[in-house]
Ligand binder design. Structure first.
Ligand code: ATP
Ligand code: MG
Length: 489
């Protein structure tokens, strides 16, 4: 099945792959010990296509751990970390992670990703790799130093931009279903196409994802989300039947129903457009998740209202309530990141909705208060969400968006409510009226907060104190003697 003979590789392309002094040390050790050694995998692939790469993997036909120790010693590198269970050893050299493993042959059991492993040849090792472009090896051995070892035509696929498995794809994917997600991820990251036979096998094996842990799934998914144009990956995931296996809510966004000649947009493609738009402005993974989930509750809130057409009332609140369940299932972090995504989903309609009425300072202050430091992220999402095909509508939304942006700047400069800290604390209120902790304190604080946000008083301790005294007396509370003055903080 060797395809290398029909495809000549310009030796100059390989020159950049072999680097001093790490590679010289590996070559010298391979010669001394008479052990075949090869650079392999993602490192070789990335060097050949000029992508930056930090980590280097080597395979030796023999004891990888002992070999790593000799190379590290020769280089005067630091500590060698050994992972006995995997038969691998790693050290850091010149800021790069260098890993060694003995060439392996694997056989899989149907119910697990964990293969039975035994020593093998370089070819055995290349066969167990996921794609031909990831199975490329470069010899570190005397007589063939720097030569490409490519039994499956990986270099050809690299040049054609093709993702293809070295063996029968049904076997490759059934052995380790995570590889199906990796196929999509590489296609998306590298701008490659998945070979049709490989893609058909993914469709046949999609259900096998059930044996893969949520952590491994979300790691690959996040890599897709962090590409320049993740819509490409998501469409592949859905078309292959993979997305259904771990993120059915997203697939449910697909389709555009029509009633009495009135349709609505396909929210799957709309969401992907919003996601791509956000990606042009921000690399923040969680803001990107905000885009993915902003309309997630549309299918569950969809109604056809005669006279109005399609509505999705409350999809922002319902969507925000769906976020924890989705994050929990995918084992994504449940703390700040999840709360941030939830907040974006809950607030995503607010900035534009503001423009339906005249944009008052008070409405802007409330938006700033609710969004806090996440206002910039929210505005990126909001801008990305303006995708209407109707040019007039789009222009109007964009104009409204600009109005809100301007107002935000104005109010921010004036009022500093982005990180609102109440000028009167609960402690102050308890001391002033000599009362224990109780509901009244929260009520008074809310009155003061609303007065500031509505612009009735300034965000200032003296004015807030006056209002507190007034509210207290309405509630029948008596000032504690001696606390009448505005105590300093
Ligand atoms: P990246 O580092 O950008 O994620 P990579 O191809 O280097 O891409 P790694 O996960 O670092 O991926 O793995 C290094 C190499 O190990 C791959 O190039 C491939 O040869 C092999 N490999 C990794 N994961 C698998 C897998 N699940 N099945 C088969 N081979 C794999
Ligand atoms: Mg890698």
């Amino acid at each position: 099945m060797s395809r290398t003979s029909s495809y000549s590789v310009d030796p100059a392309r390989l020159e950049g792959v072999v680097r001093e002094p790490l590679f010289a040390a590996v070559a010298a050790e391979a010669a001394k010990q008479d052990i075949p050694a090869f650079a392999i995998g993602g490192y070789v692939r990335d060097r050949l296509i000029g992508r930056p790469c930090k980590d280097v993997d080597f395979v030796v036909e023999g004891d990888g751990i002992a070999f790593a120790r000799s190379v590290a010693k020769r280089l005067g590198a630091g500590e060698v970390h050994v992972f006995k269970n995997f038969g691998t050893a790693m050290f850091i050299y010149a800021d790069e992670q260098v890993e060694f493993v003995g060439a392996r042959k694997e056989s899989y059991n149907r119910n697990s990703r964990k293969p039975e492993v035994e020593p093998g040849s370089i070819k055995d090792d290349q066969e167990r790799r996921d794609f031909t472009i990831n199975a490329l090896a470069v010899s570190m051995n005397p007589g063939s130093l720097g030569a490409l070892v490519d039994p499956f035509g990986g270099i050809m696929d690299l040049d054609r931009g093709l993702i293809r498995t070295p063996l029968d794809p049904d076997i490759t994917f059934s052995d380790d279903p995570l590889r199906m997600l990796r196929a999509v991820r590489f296609a998306n990251q590298l701008g490659f196409v998945i070979d049709p036979l490989t893609f058909d096998a993914i469709k046949r094996n999609a259900k096998r994802l059930e044996i893969i842990s949520a952590e491994r799934i979300h790691t690959e998914l996040n890599k897709i989300i962090l590409t320049r144009k993740p819509s490409v990956g998501f469409i592949l995931l859905r078309d292959a039947g993979l997305l259904q296996e771990f993120f059915p809510e997203f697939v449910e966004l697909s389709g555009a129903e029509e009633k009495h000649g009135i349709g609505h947009k396909d929210n799957f493609y709309h969401t992907l457009q919003v996601l791509d738009n956000v990606c042009e402005k921000s690399d923040d993974l969680w803001l990107r998740w905000g885009a993915i989930l902003h309309d997630i509750a549309k299918p569950r809130t969809k109604r056809f209202e005669p006279g109005h057409g399609w509505t999705f009332h409350g999809h922002e609140d319902k969507g925000a309530r769906m976020v924890p369940g989705i994050f929990r299932r995918l084992k994504l972090p449940l703390d700040e990141q999840m709360k941030f995504v939830q907040k974006l989903v809950a607030l995503h309609l607010r900035p534009i909705a503001l423009t339906k009425v005249e944009v008052t300072d008070s409405a802007i202050r409330r938006l700033l208060f609710d969004a806090g430091d996440d206002i910039d992220a929210l505005m990126i999402l909001c801008r990305a969400d303006i995708t209407s095909k109707n040019e007039k509508k789009k222009e109007r939304y964009l104009r409204n968006y600009e109005v809100v942006m301007e107002k935000l700047k104005e109010v921010e400069a004036k009022d500093q409510v982005r990180n609102f800290q109440p000028p009167i604390t609960g402690e102050d209120i308890m001391r002033a009226f000599n009362i224990p902790p109780c509901k009244l304190i929260g009520d008074i604080k809310t009155v003061i907060k609303d007065a500031i946000l509505d612009g009735r008083i300034q965000n200032d301790r003296a004015q807030a104190w006056e209002l507190m005294v007034e509210e207290g007396s309405k509630l029948g509370l008596k000032m504690e003697p001696g606390s009448g003055a505005i105590s300093s903080k």
